[in-house]
Write a protein that binds this ligand. Structure first.
Ligand code: CMC
Length: 428
């Protein structure tokens, strides 16, 4: 027997033994390296939904689902949300370290300068029907962006990677705001170079044409520091989440050699589903449907009924079998907003009752179904008077940096191959 770390598999039909190396990461579960499994045995491994499959190696984000732990490049999410801005988190995800003051200023300035979108790309929005969902127009506009910029990157050039990354990162809020304004049928607002990343996004959603939005006291023409802080935190919490469904799609598209912005557009499409990023919009739609605290018990009963496909939106997670650490941070933020904005809406009351029941009910407890990030982000964004159709585009703005970092890592990894799973054929 080999003294190396390995796993021996025995085919009981023939008593044949196969040995596979065990590889250790720096944290988290080890993996059994099955790359030669088909060649050795003539069989495939079977794992629908990839519940036991590591599809790549990565040094970007680490999650310990049992402990409810999340780190970007080794730094705990709590520390990033508390002490650093979203742009610092972006720099960290891209470069593997936090920026110094000068680097942060340069990065911020570069994103401000790149926030404008090519003039003709704005006409794309008007080709969509009035009231088109912003996720549809956003995804299409990111695909369209690929036609404005070179298709092939020089894989040796860090500058080309960085230009590709900064360009899409800077333009995503503009595209999302344009998608929103087309949804409402109101004139587009161009980015304002005097505003920061997060202020700019709020301004492009809210401003009246020709009026400058200011950061200051509450009111019609202003953006409040509290809402900028809240939105910036929401962006940071969404920035990356290792190999989730949309990131897996982005890496899959990257593996075919398609343009990076097309890969990101595919990620946007994947995120839209309500089992993934679309859950934040569905949470509010569901709370509205429940309508009153008196109806909560009936809906909880439906969520528990195996013959009813009703699910409580904003509960459960494939990886977290403990409290989602992002949800914990957002719950605190929700409580702060509740106090500072003196909020006590009907939706908040319904949400609080659902949370209370789910955290003590045997069905949810035994299945480790805790509130996830989307449960609280929907409530917070509603408190900030952002309409629910913009919730998933806001998730997109936050997550774009994660997709870029994962796309870049994929491109630079010599182990990368085209994504091509196999199947267990059961047809005629
Ligand atoms: N409400 C009621 N029951 C649920 C829920 C829920 N939200 N989520 C899971 N379950 C039950 C499910 O019916 C199953 O029960 P049983 O063992 O009796 O068949 C058990 O819990 C395990 O569920 P699963 O579907 O096997 O779990 P999964 O890991 O495949 O799915 C999930 C994870 C997030 C898709 C799922 O929990 C869900 O649909 N949640 C609601 C949608 C949601 O909030 N999505 C946002 C996820 S966080 C943000 C993001 O990463 O995008």
């Amino acid at each position: 027997m080999s003294t190396k770390k390995s796993m021996t598999l025995i085919d009981n039909r023939t008593n044949t033994q196969y040995e596979y190396p065990i590889l250790d990461g720096t944290r988290g579960p080890s993996v059994v390296d099955l790359r030669s499994f088909f060649k050795d045995t003539g069989m495939f491994t079977f794992d629908p939904g990839y519940t036991s499959t590591a599809s790549c190696q990565s040094e970007i984000t680490f999650i310990n689902g049992a402990k409810g732990e999340l780190r970007y490049r080794g730094i705990p999410i709590e520390e990033l949300a508390e002490n650093h801005s979203y742009l610092e988190a972006c720099f960290l995800l891209l470069n593997g370290r936090l920026p110094d003051k000068e680097e942060l200023t340069d990065f911020d300035l570069e994103l401000r300068h790149r926030a404008f979108i090519p003039e003709s790309s704005r006409y794309l929005f008007t080709a969509f029907p009035d009231g088109a969902h912003p996720m549809a127009t956003l995804s299409a506009s990111v695909t369209a962006l690929s036609s404005f910029y070179a298709t092939h990157l020089n894989l040796e050039s860090d500058e080309e990677f960085s230009e590709m990354a900064n360009r899409i990162l800077a333009k995503i809020p503009t595209l999302a705001a344009f998608a929103y304004r087309h949804y409402l049928g109101i004139p587009f607002i161009q980015p304002d170079i005097d505003l920061s990343f997060t202020e700019n996004f709020l301004a492009m959603m809210r401003a009246y044409p020709g009026h400058k939005m200011k950061l200051g006291r509450d009111g019609h023409q202003n953006i409040t520091p509290l809402e900028v802080e809240a939105l910036d935190t929401i962006f940071t919490l969404h920035a990356d989440h290792e190999q989730n469904a949309s990131t897996t799609v982005v890496r899959g598209v990257a593996s075919t050699g398609a343009h990076p912005y097309v890969a990101i557009s595919s990620g946007i499409a994947a995120l839209w589903g309500r089992a993934h990023g679309g859950a934040n919009e569905s949470v509010i739609a569901q709370l509205t449907m429940i309508g009153s605290v008196d109806n909560v018990d009936a809906f909880i009963a439906r969520a528990k009924d195996p013959d009813d496909d009703f699910r409580l939106m904003g509960f459960g997670h494939r990886v977290y079998k403990n409290f989602d650490p992002r949800a914990k941070i957002l719950k605190k933020l929700q409580d702060k907003l509740k106090e500072e904005l003196d909020l006590d809406s009907n939706l908040m009351k319904i949400a609080a009752r659902i949370e209370e029941i789910a955290l003590s009910d045997e069905y949810f407890v035994s299945r480790n179904l805790y509130p996830n990030i989307d449960f609280y982000s929907g409530i917070i964004l509603t408190a900030l008077q952002i309409p629910k159709e913009m919730f998933t585009p806001i998730f997109v703005i936050g997550r774009t940096i994660g997709w870029i970092a994962q796309w870049t890592e994929f491109k630079k990894d010599p182990m990368s191959k085209i994504a091509r799973p196999r199947q267990l054929y059961t047809g005629k």
